[in-house]
Design a protein around this ligand. Structure first.
Ligand SMILES: [Zn+2]
Ligand SMILES: [Zn+2]
Ligand SMILES: [Zn+2]
Length: 366
């Protein structure tokens, strides 16, 4: 199943100390400010995410920023697992369309504004970053200008500092450039250089993955067990917030929810607090519950193990039979809810609910 992970990456250039927008998953990139080569690979593959398992993190539905400040290897990363959007007009892009573009090796063309984004099939560099990557959309490293919408070569004239002759500069000109008349070298001042190389905006890179259910399950297990990364519970919350602002449904998201909502903490107290995260999820879910997508409600109904009673009551009277039927399969509901579901007007719902013991037998064996 397809999952999209979106990155915006900036790395501090060791040459000039300014933030450089990384244009792709590459070994080396050229600083747009000073022209120095930046070792992107060592930061992407070794330092980014610190001690966290990068692949596990990327397989999760999370959102957040990670910033490593100071020293060599300083970087800023923005991450989200929300569905891919056109970087220009923000329209939602269909994931299967993106996969098709990667397979055919054709640029993605936004159906709404015609903005073009280059595609790159997963090669060794990308596979090292994530072994289950299919490709990257908008990786523009080494692409010429025709493939991006960034247009025209601009030209400037600069007076040689020795003889005053006019030198024609384009954005291909080297920072140290020789005068054609007097042969002296000119080091282009910042004001000219930044005109030739305007600071690129940090573009989103869409990493397209092909995952199986177990990849997602392992991610949840990882976050349940690893104690040192408790701080990332904020990234669970960030994603939940952005999700409820713009709900969507796809296969990988539903598997994620299933694993997330059925995850049980061990009680050591040092691990990430999933009960708190569940509560955060349910607090968001309850607003406008009736209007959420049926598939979302079915997943919550069947797999949530600590669903608040108010939500249990609402789900037990949901208009959709499939939602109530999924709910009746849940083994962790309030006793009174089973009793209610056993009386359901839909036979399948009632039959499912009757599989759970209630009353006297439940208190003996339950
Ligand atoms: Zn630089
Ligand atoms: Zn667009
Ligand atoms: Zn000159």
């Amino acid at each position: 199943m397809i999952k999209t992970s979106t990155f915006q990456i900036q790395i501090v250039c060791p040459g000039c100390n300014s933030y450089h927008a990384v244009s792709g998953i590459v070994d080396f990139d050229t600083c747009q400010n000073c022209g120095k080569s930046i070792n992107v690979r060592s930061i992407l593959n070794e330092r980014m995410f610190g001690m966290m398992d990068r692949v596990k993190y990327i397989n999760g539905f999370l959102a957040g920023s990670i910033e490593q400040m100071g020293g060599t290897g300083a970087y800023k990363l923005l991450y989200t697992s929300m569905p891919p959007e056109c970087e220009e007009c923000r329209v939602l892009l269909d994931e299967s369309m993106l996969i098709k573009a990667i397979e055919e090796n054709k640029p993605v063309v936004c159906p709404s504004c015609n903005h073009k984004m280059p595609v790159r099939k997963a090669d060794a560099e990308i596979k090292e970053f994530h072994p289950k990557a299919v490709g990257v959309i908008n990786d523009s490293h080494g692409k010429d200008d025709n493939e991006k919408n960034t247009d025209k070569t601009e030209m400037f004239v600069f007076k040689c500092m020795t003889c005053g002759a006019g030198l024609e500069l384009t954005n291909d000109t080297k920072r140290t450039t020789k005068c054609n008349y007097c042969d002296n070298e000119n080091y282009l001042p910042d004001s000219i250089w930044t005109k030739l190389h305007p600071n690129k905006e940090v573009q989103p890179l869409f990493l397209m993955l092909d995952l199986v259910e177990n990849d997602i399950k392992e991610t949840i297990d990882y976050f349940l067990r690893v104690t040192a990364i408790r701080v990332y519970s904020k990234h669970f919350e960030n994603f939940i917030c952005s999700y409820f602002e713009k709900p969507f449904v796809n296969e990988s998201l539903l598997i994620w929810l299933k694993c997330f909502l059925s995850a049980k903490n061990d009680k050591s107290g040092f691990n990430m607090d999933f009960e708190k995260l569940h509560k955060f999820f349910y607090d968001n879910l309850i607003l406008g519950l009736e209007n959420h997508p049926v598939e979302l409600k079915m997943t919550v109904a069947e797999y949530g193990y600590n669903i608040p009673v108010v939500i249990q009551e609402k789900l037990s009277t949901d208009n959709n039979d499939s939602v109530r039927c999924a709910f009746a399969k849940n083994g962790n509901l309030d006793k009174n809810i089973y009793k209610k579901l056993q009386q359901d007007k839909n036979e399948d719902v009632a039959a499912e609910a009757k599989k759970h013991k209630t009353g006297f037998l439940k208190s003996l064996f339950g």
